[in-house]
Design a binder for this molecule. Structure first.
Ligand code: ZN
Length: 193
């Protein structure tokens, strides 16, 4: 029996899936990890349930032409699984227990320098560092550009010129910035858009 174009595309997809599965097995010999964790702010570490893996595949409608099959064949022949084109699907619950988010993340983005790990405790030093820098605490002033908490002695005040303050002669009220970093200048540039 002759194969339909849809069947041909299905076989191509299966072949890519096998390559992807092998790649994932190489990365995670014990199977997909159950969770990954990320720390994107001082507020804490978010736990994500890993629900599966995936890859990009060209979309076709229900009646693919021969040209479609050829295009997909080319895509599949070139396809090499890498950390940049394989995704893990995840679900994360909000800490208030109400609702959550789901999505997909590139395997290549699951690295410690991006604040992510499969092992929660790997992120404790990063969290401590973020808390030290950014968590509001009495006696400190927040830099209005970088958000860091600084001692008053390490803060300077400056103004920004911007249409945001048109009614005050384009000049902002005094704003707080790190004294030892170019935060004031960067904030001015940010307001120039
Ligand atoms: Zn700053």
């Amino acid at each position: 029996m002759r194969k339909s174009n849809l069947q041909k595309i299905d076989e191509l997809r299966q072949a890519v899936k096998i390559a992807v599965d092998n790649f994932i097995m190489g990365l995670f010999p014990g199977g997909l990890p159950e969770f990954y964790f990320d720390v994107l702010s001082y507020r804490g570490i978010v736990k994500h349930n890993i629900t599966g893996s995936g890859f990009n595949f060209p979309w076709t409608n229900k009646r693919p032409t021969n040209a479609d099959v050829e295009k997909i064949e080319k895509y599949c022949n070139r396809f090499m699984p890498t950390a940049e084109n394989i995704f893990l699907y995840y679900m994360a619950k909000y800490s208030d227990g109400l609702g959550g988010v789901s999505g997909a993340i590139k395997v290549g983005d699951l690295t410690l320098d991006k604040g992510r790990s499969f092992v929660e405790s790997d992120l404790f030093p990063r969290l401590a560092e973020l808390k030290e820098k950014y968590e509001p605490r009495p006696g400190y002033i927040q830099c209005q550009y970088c958000g860091q908490q600084r001692l008053p002695a390490d803060i300077i005040q400056d103004t920004v010129i911007s249409p945001n303050w048109k009614n005050q002669g384009y000049k902002s009220p005094p704003r707080n910035y790190c004294k030892d970093k170019p935060c004031a200048g960067y904030d001015q540039m940010a307001h120039e858009g």
